[in-house]
Design a protein around this ligand. Structure first.
Ligand SMILES: Nc1ncnc2c1ncn2[C@@H]1O[C@H](COP(=O)(O)OP(=O)(O)OP(=O)(O)O)[C@@H](O)[C@H]1O
Length: 520
């Protein structure tokens, strides 16, 4: 496969520099690559390697970590500093997690642990070279990732409308939002998509973590491979191993045929592990082993399958605190969190609200075959002053329901029925007012128009709108149960005879946000 991979600069085969001080290993790598049809050069020290790099542009550099005159890492740093385009693969000592993670953090495309599996070696080199051969995704010049992590000044809601042509690569267009925090997120996605380093997406529920993971995949050279999304919290513990690693026929009760696991299904692509913080400890150890050894063994099999996946995981939990509390393995956290991508809650990027409403309404209208409604200025103001603890998902649910209930072309959100936040939440998280362009959005309804929903009138014997009435009732019961269980969704689901998945679905559908958002 790689023999036909041309160098980016010519139609000749790709050119690779191998750096290793052990002559036997160097020869083994050289022969393996020559057999694949690459042009290969070799060096035994950092100094020799640099001399060759100064004279020639390579497609990839494969370097041992320990060299007589320094660490492979310093070669990587030097390449990076000189803005060289070579992809670098680092070979680390057996079991040296620190080296592997350090190399990925320093910008290595990938790493290989000793003893090097030649099949894996060929696959990693092929993908480094392929990536080099593809035109890199360019960032719009105005949105290069800032160097410091300091929060940028908020963009006013009255800022000029987005440019007519979307400056972002197509893979990022679905991620709506042009606020400063979202631009940083997008720039980071483009950057991290270039390597194989594991990414951990952190953000509150409903902020769009899965969309971000999909964008990382779509911007990467694995975009033509599968994207396999797994919700770790939705799989019963007894099935986790079979689901992740596969199982042979008859290896457990009810397994009537061989089946692939997620790792096999995601081969050549990206494995997205959502709610990684909910993975039980026993499974965390097995996942760590799979990542470290890059092999998985299906249940009932004596053979191991090579793992060729990029792992992107996501959590709304503070995994560092989970580690401290002994609920998450430190070593797994270290492995998954090589690159962290933080997705800010919607309340920190309220200037995206209007664009989000437009995109979500267009999507809902398309799905339901309805014309796209116009969101009234008052409704927008109502949304802007709502906490939206459930983030974009809550916004989506609110718009969904408003569309189902609305008549005519204009969509009106009623602050009393649709948007009254839970009293406790409102107290805990007062919402800063957002400044909307007075020309676009009229003033909100006077406060006197609002009346509390609680302690109110007797319910009508026959509700005028059954769905609305049932939603309200369901919401009340869920909130009551959640409060009774300290907002522990697992316990609340059990009290109501629901699975955790059903509970999550209902919470999301009804836009209920909990103050601590923990599963206990
Ligand atoms: N920036 C965005 N642009 C457009 N749609 C978005 C955006 N962010 C989120 N959404 C939409 O909001 C919904 C929730 O997003 P997603 O499932 O990615 O969130 P999440 O953070 O993974 O949630 P959870 O933590 O509950 O798994 C989806 O329908 C998604 O398409």
């Amino acid at each position: 496969m790689s023999s036909s991979t041309p160098s980016p600069s010519s139609t000749q085969p790709a050119r690779i520099l191998v750096v290793d001080d052990e002559p036997d290993l160097r020869t083994l790598y050289e022969l393996t690559l020559l057999r694949e049809g690459y042009r290969v050069d070799a060096a035994g020290t950092l100094a020799e390697a640099w001399e060759q790099l100064e004279a020639t542009e390579f497609d990839a550099v494969i370097t041992d970590m320990r060299l007589p005159d320094g660490l492979g890492l310093s070669l990587l740093q030097r390449l990076h500093k000189s803005q060289r385009a070579e992809r670098c693969v680092v070979i680390t000592a057996y079991g040296s997690a620190e080296n592997a993670v350090d190399a990925l953090k320093a910008g290595a495309f990938d790493y290989l642990a000793k003893p090097v599996d030649l099949k894996q070696f060929r696959a990693v080199v092929a993908s480094a070279v392929q990536l080099r051969a593809r035109a890199p995704i360019a960032l719009p010049t105005a949105v290069a990732e800032p160097r410091s992590a300091a929060p940028s000044a908020a963009v006013s809601a009255t800022a000029p409308a987005a440019a007519p042509e979307d400056p972002w690569p197509a893979a990022l267009v679905r991620l709506v939002g042009d606020s400063a925090p979202m631009r940083q997120v997008k720039a980071r996605i483009v950057k991290v998509a270039r390597s194989m380093a594991p990414v951990l997406v952190h953000g509150e529920s409903g902020t769009g973590k899965e969309l971000v993971a999909r964008a990382v995949h779509a911007c990467s050279q694995r975009s033509e491979g599968p994207f396999v999304a797994v919700n770790c919290s939705a799989i019963p513990e007894s099935l986790l191993e079979a689901e992740f690693f596969g199982a042979l026929k008859g290896s457990y009760t009810g397994s009537s045929q061989d089946r692939d696991g997620y790792f096999q299904a995601a081969r050549g692509g990206t494995l997205f592990l959502d709610e990684i913080g909910d993975l039980p400890l026993a499974m965390q150890s097995k996942l760590l082993r799979a990542i470290q050894e890059r092999h998985v063994r299906p249940i009932g099999s004596t053979q191991e399958d090579a793992v060729d996946v990029r792992i992107v995981s996501a959590t709304h939990k503070d995994l560092q605190a989970e580690v401290q509390a002994g609920r998450f393995r430190q070593d797994l956290f270290y492995r998954l969190n090589v690159i962290e991508l933080v997705l800010p809650p919607l309340r920190e990027r309220r200037e995206d609200l209007f664009a989000l409403c437009q995109a979500l309404l267009a999507r809902i209208a398309q799905d339901s075959g309805q014309p796209v409604p116009v969101l009234s200025a008052r409704s927008l103001q109502v949304l802007a002053s709502h906490p939206l603890h459930g983030n974009v998902r809550e916004l989506e649910n609110l718009l969904h329901r408003a569309m189902a209930l609305s008549e005519g072309d204009e969509l009106n959100l009623d602050p009393l029925d649709d948007l009254e936040p839970l009293a406790s939440e409102a107290e805990e998280a007062p919402v800063p007012a957002i400044e909307w362009d007075a020309a676009t959005v009229p003033a909100p309804a006077p406060a006197g128009d609002r009346t509390p929903t609680e302690g109110g009138d007797a319910e009508p014997a026959i509700p005028p709108d059954l769905q609305h009435y049932l939603d309200q009732k369901e919401r009340e019961i869920l909130v009551q149960t959640l409060r009774a269980t300290g907002f522990n969704r697992t316990a609340a689901a059990a009290r109501l005879g629901l699975s955790l998945r059903q509970m999550r679905y209902r919470i999301a559908r009804l836009g209920i946000a909990s103050p601590n958002d923990e599963d206990g």
